[in-house]
Design a protein around this ligand. Structure first.
Ligand SMILES: Cc1cc2nc3c(=O)[nH]c(=O)nc-3n(C[C@H](O)[C@H](O)[C@H](O)COP(=O)(O)OP(=O)(O)OC[C@H]3O[C@@H](n4cnc5c(N)ncnc54)[C@H](O)[C@@H]3O)c2cc1C
Length: 405
């Protein structure tokens, strides 16, 4: 990976990018075979690389300094992600483990002192894992108000009943943050105000892990869970009753920018692999790079990556500035970037031939990952609806769209 400082960019961001690239290039990419989860060298090697990361001051970019993180804020973290994403192993080696990192961010913002002590601190120390349980098999995940899992207040407890699925990382997690419809027994309150996130320890009676759901034909840790009269104290509730939707938006909004920068980094690597392969591979009396089909692939992928990257950086800047509504830009990247990622990886696979679908390059994992991203975190259609609603709203107010802001 070739990463030079970007002119006109905050020197601190450049330092983070080049420092990260140095570690990814030197310690992670050459060792990817041995960093596989089931390789016997992984634990020792991971430990050594984590030490290097900590010494370089690049540990846990999502956490504030008082919790042992970098405390670099949103924009710098976004820029760091495109470098981290060059290897599927980087995130955990830099202290960012999904879905724990998202839960840690929410606990930091909404957690009480007691909740932070009990759940956040051990999670940061890596002593416990966690999961986020929102999507349900029997309700459209694309409509956050359709949630059927109910929590009914009984004295000082919430009693939770419902069925969730695609709860990533549930097997082995110590607690789940569960999105519930919180109601008084008489069902009062509007839908929007009824969503509340509640911390449920996974050893609570009634928490039943039904199965790990196969994804792309492989075993996964995306789980189906039944909450059967799960009783937890009201002090396990995150924030005020009815703030669950806002907390989910807080998590997903910034998360979408991180995911997109992550996709940009992977596209960048796929592009690099494709160009090198085109230069090396001899076909029909010449190198692949001499064929116009392949030159078209290189040009189209270059355009996709540039467009995806600049759109994502723009969305990150709009969020960071905080002066205008970032939702249109976030939805735009949520649609555009995974689709561009899919196209770029598809071309790279084509250029590699059979090698492209083998397990000997990271391309096959990138391909299924890109396709999945078009569904996870809200499917494309929902984001298209939101963009058109906001744009039309502006024009109905008598204004028009200003692409300069
Ligand atoms: C690998 C993976 C990991 C995940 N991890 C988690 C997790 O950790 N925790 C969690 O809670 N969830 C998780 N999810 C779930 C994910 O967030 C949902 O799948 C997503 O929000 C879509 O919900 P759904 O699957 O119920 O699809 P649905 O809402 O049923 O939508 C299905 C399709 O209907 C169409 N559609 C929907 N609404 C409209 C509309 N208004 N107009 C036109 N068409 C529409 C779209 O094409 C959409 O793809 C994960 C999913 C995957 C694939």
């Amino acid at each position: 990976m070739q990463v030079a400082p970007i002119p006109d960019l905050d020197p601190e961001i450049n330092d983070v990018r080049t420092g990260t690239a140095n570690i990814v290039n030197r310690y992670i990419i050459p060792n990817e075979d041995r960093l596989h989860w089931d390789h016997p060298d992984r634990p020792r090697l991971a430990h050594e690389i984590q030490d290097v990361v900590k010494k370089a001051g690049l540990w846990a970019p999502h956490l504030p300094k008082e919790y042992g993180g970098m405390g670099i804020g949103f924009l710098k973290h976004a820029y760091m992600n495109e470098i981290l994403a060059w290897s599927p192993f980087s995130n955990t080696l830099f202290g960012v483990v999904a879905p724990d990192s998202g839960n840690q961010t929410i606990l930091l913002k909404y957690g009480t002192d007691e909740q932070k002590k009990k759940w956040l601190e051990p999670s940061i120390r890596g002593e416990i894992r966690s999961c986020f349980s929102m999507t349900e098999p029997d309700a459209a995940g694309s409509n956050p108000y359709a949630i059927q899992t109910r929590a009914i207040r009984d004295g000082d407890d919430w009693v939770i009943n419902g069925r969730k699925w695609f709860t990533s990382g549930a097997d082995g997690a110590a607690f789940a943050i569960v999105m519930c419809r919180t109601e008084e027994a008489d069902g009062t309150g509007g839908t929007r105000e009824k969503m509340t996130q509640i911390i449920v320890p996974t050893d609570t009676p009634g928490f039943k892990l039904v199965r790990r759901i196969p994804v792309w034909g492989l075993n996964s840790n995306h789980c189906e869970i039944v909450y059967d009269n799960v009783r937890v104290p009201v002090t396990n509730q995150l924030g005020r009753t009815g703030t669950g939707h806002q907390a989910a938006q807080d998590r997903l909004g910034a998360g979408r920018v991180f995911h997109c920068m992550n996709s940009v980094g992977q596209m960048w690597r796929a592009f690099d692999l494709m160009v090198r392969r085109a230069m090396d591979r001899e076909v029909h009396g010449g190198k692949l790079e001499g064929k116009q089909f392949i030159q078209g692939f290189i040009a189209d992928s270059y355009i996709d990556i540039q467009a995806a990257r600049l759109m994502t950086i723009h969305a990150a800047q709009v969020i960071d500035r905080g002066t205008s509504d970032p939702r249109t830009d976030i939805s735009a990247i949520k649609i555009f970037v995974p689709a561009a990622f899919e196209r770029v990886v598809d071309r790279a696979i084509q250029v590699h031939g059979a090698m492209g679908v083998s397990g000997y390059t990271p391309l096959s994992g990138m391909y299924t990952g890109a396709r999945t991203l078009r569904i996870a975190d809200g499917p494309d259609e929902v984001h298209r609806i939101l963009i058109s609603k906001i744009v039309l709203g502006k024009y109905h107010e008598g204004a028009s769209w200003d692409f300069g802001v």
